[in-house]
Write a protein of this length. Sequence first.
Length: 653
Amino acid sequence: MKKYFLLSVLCLLTLTCRAEDVVVASPDGHLVLTLHANDGQAQYSITLDGKQMVEPSRLGLLTDLGDFTNQLTLTGTEQGYFDWNVEYNRVKCSQSMGTARSLSAQFTNAEGQELVIEFFVANHDVAYRYIIPRPESGNPKCTVIRGEASAFRFPQQTTTFLCPQINPMTGWERTKPSYEEDYTADAPMNVKSRFGEGYTFPCLFRVGDDGWVLVGETGVSGAYCASHLSDYSAATGYTIAFPMEGEANGYGSAYANVPLPCETPWRTITVGATLAPIVETTVAYDLVDPLYEPTQDYQPGRYTWSWLIWQDASINYDDQVRFIDLAAEMGFEYCLVDNWWDERIGRERIAQLSDYARARGVSLMLWYNSNGFYNDAPQTPRDCMNTAIARDREMRWLQSIGVKGIKVDFFGSDKQATMQLYEDILVDANRYGLQVIFHGCTIPRGWERMYPNYVASEAALASENVMFSEYHAQKEGFELTMHPFSRNALGSFDWGGIIMNRYMSRDNQSRHRRYTSDTFEMATGIVLQTSVNCVAMQPNNLTELPQHELDFLRRLPTTWDETRFIDGYPTRYVVLARRHGSQWYVAGLNGTDQPMTLTLDLPMMAGQTVQYYTDRPLRKGETFMQSQLRTLKVNKDGKAQVTIQPMGGIILI
């Protein structure tokens, strides 16, 4: 439950022509937001312990109602407190509580129209949104928001860790943009994005030696479009960019069409002297509320998935039985049947397959194409998720045969119409007791809280690329040590597989190899957070893997009560601790080609002797490192020294 407390501070302040600054400090006093009202513009800046983290950056909206970017006059402010105490079941923790300072600033433009900017200032997070009131009488009762002046200017020493936005209707079968491009690490700000269309959220910045900033947004529903950051400009920094006109085959407006009064999504800015606040932030969930009640208690769990390694040829009844049997043997809750199932297995036999799975204690999830008409992806089932009539018919049938979840693919747009499609799928799925995973899609923006049956999204270069190309198999360490600091920091992430085959082939002997160790792969099940997690084992792994690896995968949790950052650097390495009940799990990944010896600070394990999963260094003639299960004594002061092998991992339990 959230509670809001407003203090009447500087209320209806009358201003003279001189510049006015309004200062709001976080509850602990370290993070300071300053609102500037200068020369007809609204700007904000942020400092941490007196160090500039965000330089004065513009605020404002451009609408067909009026221009709220220039000739603005600050007419009043109110300051107060924002308290929250919220329980979660699908994110990095089970409870979030705290206090933030709030600021509501009222502006009028040259025509006397009103705009309110609302700020949230917590110890490590700043967020803001715009509110356009409705006139007391008469019209207008709606408007079109055509753009934002919202900007993010950083000090010159800042370097970036960003993923470029790609042009619309490009890529495989014209399915992009789908947030599936390569990150660039430690880049200067003045480098133009690869495709000239800016960068997808979340966006991570290192402000020299002073700290880190993560920029994102939350609270995006069918009532607004999603956005991204523009390319860098020396004058304005990065600015909010709306979707491109050509997205979704031109369907839908590239603007936000809203009723009045209107509240925009929150722009979020997480700030830390270290990376801990970036990894641990819950701001994406703390600022939003559920939009409806769940129809049932949706269950977390793990799923098997034939398609990752066995690909389309595995979409047949007999192979799916093998993966259901694998899930049952491992104690996993779900099995995902991927594309073409309606043609290659058929609906009648899918119903039989679901009966077989349920008899083994496993529930099916089924893949769907989101189309429509807005890209060329041919996979079926198609035209089942894009209209209310089709969804109702399909989901009613899914419920009748005991299916518990769907994975919907190929969206390729951030337009408001596409946001409405995501929302419609989720709302209708909830009616029929279905959990939802999205692929070929945008990032979630508070959706784990807003939509109780939402699980996770792909929205990154995920595990399928390890299968598709040796290049991405070699880059897996780079990519998976990036996501805890960016993609997964602000939203649940369906990476799509703890990959246990050593080769990317059904026979586990041909095609290219996996370049990570078994311990690395197992550790990703802890490092990457989603409440329904894919363990991409193959049936052959049951006889190939050491017993200690099978035992670990059998008891791997997918929900967490607490998350702590231990150590790391984006694209190089990461060590996280997560608590499930009373049990702590510490997992580390090394994304580089050199071993790393680290001294970890683990107060939650102080004085304990813990299980220690690690990798034995390669011996002469070996291609793959062997995993080992040992014990490790953590010092009474919580210090523990570990070595993570190249492209290897560690787990402490």
